[in-house]
Design a protein around this ligand. Structure first.
Ligand SMILES: [Zn+2]
Length: 374
């Protein structure tokens, strides 16, 4: 790693984005008493606080993003979509799409989240930093070109990948290990032969019916989408096997020049939105594996961006574990690990193995009969 160390992108205003009163992901309405909605981001500030308190932030170079421009956003989104986000935010409350509530700060926070990802990609492409991590909100991977969705306003990493292509980067691997399927990312790159979108998510969780093993890209992008829908209850062993047996060989077959990771932590075992059992050790190991893959295949160029993560108490530890791996440090102490690591099912189980085996046998990037598509 170079002397400058990896970059850490965050902005106070991203912590001011707030979907408003509700419960979970549902705004106040019939039967819904005001509590708080997910992705209210004092939690994210707490995550950054833990990374700072632990001393790990000192291994990074702090970078403050500037807001994405219209030109950046329009690489992926329609003008009407940008107008809807701006208008809803200007009103101070309301839904900019489908379950994408905003407050007064949301439009600028969303531009800063995109800006962080775009500028992080610029930094690694220019060699200013070997790697970068973006602690941003609102998240991005559900946002479609013309629709905000499920807490996501703009598709942060989709814009970053398009921005990299604008600069002449050839092939981009986008790995998404958020527990939900990144329908927006899949949509944007469905027919793009130069972007491999890989999603490891909980089978059938959200969006309903999205992210099947049989969705493998279309047109010129045939074979450039790879979905790993792990059954609910998957733990450390299943996630690492997915990386080793599916993601790594697919990445080697594809040959990326840049690696982007939608690094949500809602596959964590205490997350209220998912039914998975990943631990801090899982996120540390996956991040380390991806940094090593980037070293092997893409000159070390890797940018990770936060996505989902809704456990108020566990998210900070999972962000810290991710940060430690980006900085090349060992996995951090985890005061909650004892509650997860002993659970039956942390080792990979046969019904989880079958998903990986199916992909090895049938996905165009992995199977012998798909060699012509590589
Ligand atoms: Zn998620």
């Amino acid at each position: 790693m170079s002397r400058t160390g990896p970059a850490w992108f965050s902005h106070e205003l991203c912590f001011w984005h707030d979907p408003g009163a509700g419960s979970g992901y549902v705004p106040v309405g019939p039967g819904v008493e005001p509590l708080r909605q997910h992705a209210v981001d004092p939690d994210l500030r707490r995550a950054e606080g833990l990374v700072r308190l632990s001393g790990v932030l000192e291994h990074f170079v702090r970078r403050t993003p500037t807001p994405a421009t219209d030109e950046d956003l329009l690489l992926v989104h329609t003008p009407a979509h940008v107008d809807r986000v701006e208008a809803a935010s200007a009103l101070g409350a309301g839904d900019a799409g489908v379950y994408a509530q905003v407050n007064h700060h949301s439009a600028l926070a969303a531009r800063l989240a995109v800006g962080a990802c775009v500028q992080a990609v610029d930094d690694v492409l220019d060699g200013r930093h070997p790697r970068a991590y973006c602690l941003v909100r609102p998240p991005g991977h559900h946002a479609e070109p013309d629709r905000a969705m499920a807490l996501c306003l703009y598709n942060n990493l989709a814009v970053a990948a398009r921005s990299a292509q604008r600069r002449g980067v050839g092939r981009v691997l986008v790995l998404d290990w958020d527990v939900h399927h990144g329908n927006g990312l899949q949509d944007v790159f469905w027919s793009d032969p130069d972007v491999l979108y890989v999603s490891i998510h909980q089978e059938g969780l959200f969006p309903p019916g999205a992210g099947l093993v049989t969705e493998t890209g279309g047109g010129a992008g045939a074979g450039r989408t790879l979905n790993v829908p792990l059954p609910a209850g998957s733990g450390h062993g299943a996630y690492l096997a997915a990386i080793e047996q599916v993601v790594a060989p697919a990445a080697r077959a594809f040959g990326p020049d840049l690696v982007l990771v939608a690094a949500g932590v809602d596959a964590g075992g205490h997350d209220p939105m998912g039914r998975m059992m990943a631990t801090s050790r899982t996120f540390h190991a996956m991040t380390t594996a991806l940094c090593e893959l980037a070293d092997e295949l893409a000159g070390g160029r890797i940018v990770l961006a936060h996505e989902g993560g809704y456990s108020a108490w566990y998210q900070p530890t999972l962000v810290l574990a991710t940060a430690c791996a980006v900085a090349g440090l060992p996995a951090p102490p985890d005061p909650f690990l004892h509650s997860l690591e002993h659970l039956p099912g942390q080792q990979i189980r046969p019904h989880q193995t079958r998903v990986l085996q199916f992909l090895r046998d049938h996905h165009p990037l992995l199977s012998t009969e798909g060699a012509a598509l590589r």
